[in-house]
Write a new protein. Sequence first.
Lengths: 377, 844
Amino acid sequence: MKNYIIILIFISVIAGCGGQKNPEKDSGINLSKAMGKVKDEKFEKAYDKRKFIFPEDHGPHPGFRTEWWYFTGNLTTPDNKKFGYQFTVFRTALSSGRKSGVSEWRSDQIYMAHFTVTDISNGRFYFDERFSRDGNELAGAQAEPLKVWLEDWQITESENRKAFDLPVISIKAKSDKTEIRLWLESVKPLILQGNEGLSQKGSQPGNASYYYSYTNLKTSGIIITEDREYEVNGKSWMDREWSTSALSEDQKGWDWFSLQLDDSTELMYYQMRKKDGTPDKYSSGVIIDKAGLKRQINREEADLEVTESRKNSSGIEYPSGWNLKIPSEKIELKIIPAVRDQFLDVTVKYWEGSVTVKGKKNNTDISGRGYAELTGY
Amino acid sequence: MNSLNKSSIRYLLKHPWQFGLSVLGIAMGVAIVVSIDIASYSSSKAFNLSLDAVAGKATHQITGNSDGIPDSFYRSLRKDKGIRNIAPVIESYVSIQDSGRRVFKLLGVDFFAERPFRDYFSETDSSAGDVFNKLFTKPNSIILSGENMKKLNLSPGDSVKVLINGKEKYLYIAGFIKENDNNRSALENLFITDIASAQELTEKKNNIDYIDVIINNESEEKIINSLLPDGFALQKSGSRSQTAEQMLDAFNINLTSLSLLALIVGLFLIYNTMTFSVIQRRILIGTLRSIGVTSGEISRLILKESLIIGIAGTIAGFAAAYFISKYLLIIISRTINDLYYVVSVREIYISPFIIIKGISLGVIATLLSALKPAKEASGVHPRSAMIRSEQESSIIKKIPRMTIAGILFIIAGAVTLIIPSKNIWLSYFGILPVITGFSLLTPLVIIIVEKIFSPVYKKLFGITGKMSSRSILQNISRTYIAIAALSLAVAATVGVGTMVSSFRSTVIDWLETRLNADVFISAPSLISRRNDAVLNEEILDKIKAIEEVKDYNFYREVEIFQDGKRYHLLASGLSKRSYKGFKFKEGNPEDAWKSFEEGEIFVSEPFAYRNDLSVGSKLVLKTDKGMREFRVAGVYYDYASDQGLITIQYRHFKEYWNAKGYSGISVFVKDDKAIGTVKDRIQSLDTGGQQLVVRTYKFLRDSSVEIFDRTFLVANVLQILSVIVAFIGILSSLMSLQLERKRELGILRANGLLPSQLFLMVNLQTLLMGLIAGLTALPLGNILAAILIYIINKRSFGWTMQFEILPGILAEALLLSLAAALLAGIYPAYKMSKTSPANALREE
């Protein structure tokens, strides 16, 4: 479900390319208005369940308006320094028609990528963004061999070996002060989110996305910050989603969590917030057990309570502590950001960062790490 | 105010004509210099602004081969090497067909790479998302400034028909950019489009023109340099505007010098006026001195007067310059477009330097030229002031000395001029002593001419005639200055006129030899003298296939940027029958052609001059295969470009350069076939949308001459303005001269001279002065022409021209000086003849 607002605001502000925007005005972009621009009915939409086919579905679906390849992870060095990272490539189509014209640059597919590193031990957060067209092969995506790239920020198939339909992946990204070179291999099968991969976003037909996740990818590699190189190991989470959907008029944003618990289970939960601040009924989640089996969590089963809030450097108030209770699963978790300010002050601004989890599950103590995404504040 | 100043002001007010004409003379001189400065400064400023607009914040540019930079190279920099802060650019010109053929620069960019470079893109109108979307998804969409959109009477959603590289295309207005103070001048001349549209519109298949780069330190520069393939270069952003400025250097210097010529005439005028004002007031000054006014006070008084004249003239001059420069700007930018590059100037720019220069010329030069009269005034002895004849006799005594000084001056000038140097200023500087020398010879000429004409005048007009010719001699201290000023002005017109005519006939001769084919084909070009658009190679095949075509030539012209210089390389596919069109300055034609066919190069005369080349020299050129050395096989006469040309055989060109297409094709028609038929056939060829400019020999020759004439239009304008200044000068001095003779003429009238006799006498006198001026102007004018042709032009552009003495121009010059003198004499003559003797005799 993630990043809806991001991609849509991205489309509307991208044209301003480099214009200094008022952050308040940015976060205040009316969602339904931004999405109201999606008038091109020729885009494909997610009406019905589909049969996912791999490796094809790891590649792009240009008939749909938006799509993303989304990686987050929490990593640790041998001497226990902790890091988090996010690497996301977004694709958006400006039109559904085939491109016309002979130029190599001719393109209607736009790519955006976000790259962040959280140096938890030093309390620092690095972020960067990029845009490009797929013209002249400056950016793009393909299923086989798997490759998703925006210039030299690249997700590539590093070995021919596959685990649970996913090849071993390498992620490379570099910005001014930080760099990652990571290798990822799934240790659990993919799960189809929502109703067998069809994730409903609103009541209208087609207002839905196709959505699958790999919730536990064994990760190793190198992180460089401020010219210091660290060898790291840990877990990553991968989300894949594509759609041509629109948000309902009364939805404002969401709080989204992907949590990897120490008992090798994972929990994802997102809560859509309505304009009046109350949770939307389309909020939902999923629990994945050790074997990789999932159980859907619906809105009524979960209770997400904000325990703390805090203004970030741009003066926007974000939650900075939650209690998540799922009584049916005997789960009670306290979630706090690993570093307070993990706000992406980029073209489309939002909060996304590493979190730590402590609490009880089945009456025993449990801890874990994860990622949270907060939009619409 | 003390009574001295009062007397000064009274004097100026009592002589409004004299005062007004002096002010006018200075004003004209200042106006010409300043307006030329403004016009050339504005045109180069406009050009630089358009370059800056395009360069944005780029510190450097990566330039590629003759056909640009492959998309894949840019991709590899970003994708494989991770180089950021680079942006691809495609640049072209479009002319709008139905709106007075206005020319815009079409800038094709990748909006995603633009952010660090050109920030004025941030201000689009409120529907930014839509505009952006259209730029991407609708081919040939552009954005432009709101002002331009309004001027072109367009609105978003409209289409506009344009010509790009000779092909008609439609551009779609996706939206507009709001102007603000930062982007206004940058957007003035710009259409912005997506790089994909630009590539499609310009048909640059898989190539971009250059890559903008921001480099912050040397290590970044090193990295990029290490990634460049052969033939690619990393150049500082400013280097493009620098080469453009270099191109115009000689052109601008010559414009400035021409304008200075007008000022020199103006200075003569001031000198003249101030000298008169002193002479006229000798008695007054003598009286003042005798009642105790010091010589210092007198000299300050004169300088103060000249300061007033100088300031008034300068202010009026600036005001006039504002209007004249607008007109000159049109002519000059037209010439720049004809000869050098595309520029569109819509605003007048003035630099502080122009203002300072104008003020110093107007005020300081006036003061300087008043120094001598001021010194003369202060030197007036109270007693001798009453004796007029003393002054005249002192001049007569000085004549031998003046003559010797004049000859020395001319020799000094000649020496300065023969100093071998490429410095144009030095050459102009050498003209000054020549002019001064000639002026110093004027009194001698007056004496000689008077000796000859006195009997003739006496015979023709009796005593009136004799008196009129004698009085020139009697008043020689004043008449010689007036005659010298007129002579100089006329000589300037003879010099410039002879130079232009000589140049013109040289060019026509050259055109007639060079353009030895029957029909000439090119794509519509925005620069008249050069074909910047390219024809497809298939077009030649189609032309070859035309039955009536006997033979053909073709060529491809490319620009090479290397070491901050811009070279024009002409790759010629010449048929043997066109070899005779080349006339060599150096090199035996037979050997030269043989070496040429083996891959050696020819250079044109200006190119050889600029780069110190001769037959056998080696020239290193930046080819698409890296730096290569070529031997010069011949230096040929060519007047197509003052920048000079390098010619290489097409076959050898293709070994080193990738550039495709042809810049021009010419064909020979079979002897028994009509040229018109071939022209029609070519025009009706299916060219796939490519517009062709098909010209016959005669038409091309005539239009080339037309461009030539247009180029020298500015010289003509300046010439006319100089004549006007000279005319004002002669009018002012003759009027003063005659008005000053009021008493003398009054006595004559009292003694029985009829008003008609007086009228005749004054006119005969000015006519004779005109004749003397005209006669001295002829040799001086031809000497000036020779200096312009053999020294100035040669040093500025490296061209050899045939010097022609043109009887027409000489006759015109004589007529001009006679007419000017006569016209200037009529009013005083009329006024004097109408004055009653009693009034004329009354003392002030």
